[in-house]
Design a protein around this ligand. Sequence first.
Ligand SMILES: *Cc1c(COP(=O)(O)O)cnc(C)c1O
Length: 369
Amino acid sequence: MSHKPIYVTRPYLPPLEEFIPYLEQIWENKLLTNNGPFHRQLEAALCEYLGVEHLSLFANGTIALVTALQTLRITGEVITTPYSFVATAHSLVWNNIKPVFVDIDPNTCNIDPDKIEQAITPQTTAIMPVHCYGNPCAVERIQQIADIYGLKVIYDAAHAFGVRYKEESLIRHGDLSVLSFHATKVFNTFEGGAIVCPDAKTKQRIDFLKNFGFADEVTVVAPGINGKMSEINAAFGLLQLKHINSALSQRKEIEANYRQALAGVRGIHMLVKPAETQGNASYFPIFIGPEYLLSRDTLYQHLRENNIYARRYFYPLISDFPMYRGLASAQRDNLSVATENASKVLCLPIYPDLDMSLCNHISRLIATK
Ligand SMILES: *Cc1c(COP(=O)(O)O)cnc(C)c1O
């Protein structure tokens, strides 16, 4: 049907002419970075849109994760999930922290709260869960455990832009939440990210850390990094934000379409929509069971032959990569649910301007096999 490759995601780009005035303003005032006017505007606009008090923009989500851990001076061991993008665990290693992998809940693909306590040791200082596919973690349970054991909670909320849970922003949970605005994400600034924090004092520490540790012209308070977002990226974010509501509703239509078309297809399973949640339809994972005619990888190949580039998010598990697989917590028998889901999952194309007829075509390719 289509000869152009269809990828699992495609960045949402507003009409180019809408971006020109922003560029003209940058050329005019010659402020390119270092907390410029667009940077400040985007921080304020995102706080308002997301319903949070404080947010600090970053050059990307990974540097934001690394900095979030430094903000709270996390050391020792951190409990996390193997079912995520590698940057989650890499951010720990960049801080000389040992990741401790805990298995996931089969119904959400998020860290299983019932398995967290048994992974806590005297070295544990924090939990770093991921709201996988934008579906909320068991935030109340996780906070309860953190309170009992005196642990910090840092959410990798890279998938969770705009998700609401129980009538409020999901990223209000935990001590910090980290967003990614990478080109492949729901809201993008080409590259970018942010840390969401609850108070001005923490925001100030984050802002020092992302600017080499400078507190003022002559004072350096920590060995900070250069994590600043440039004015071009911030300007693009402001423009993108004007279109975010329509982009989200288009995503939700695609999601609804897949759900309907694939319901009842033997051997194809979908996650149940989480309760009390307004999601962001950031991903559309399906799980290929043994009753399906093809294996997951054969279906993946079959779709590729039809120019549909579905992705196996998250396979391989982070814990299977060479720098992690030697850890005791990385062993398969500790992570049986994650291992199984990783072997079954396939994320289908979903992005705002994905043609509905193409979406139907993809569902048919799967359903008629
Ligand atoms: C995208 C992503 C990141 C990394 O974000 P970048 O902005 O690409 O550095 C981290 N964690 C998860 C779960 C992600 O999906």
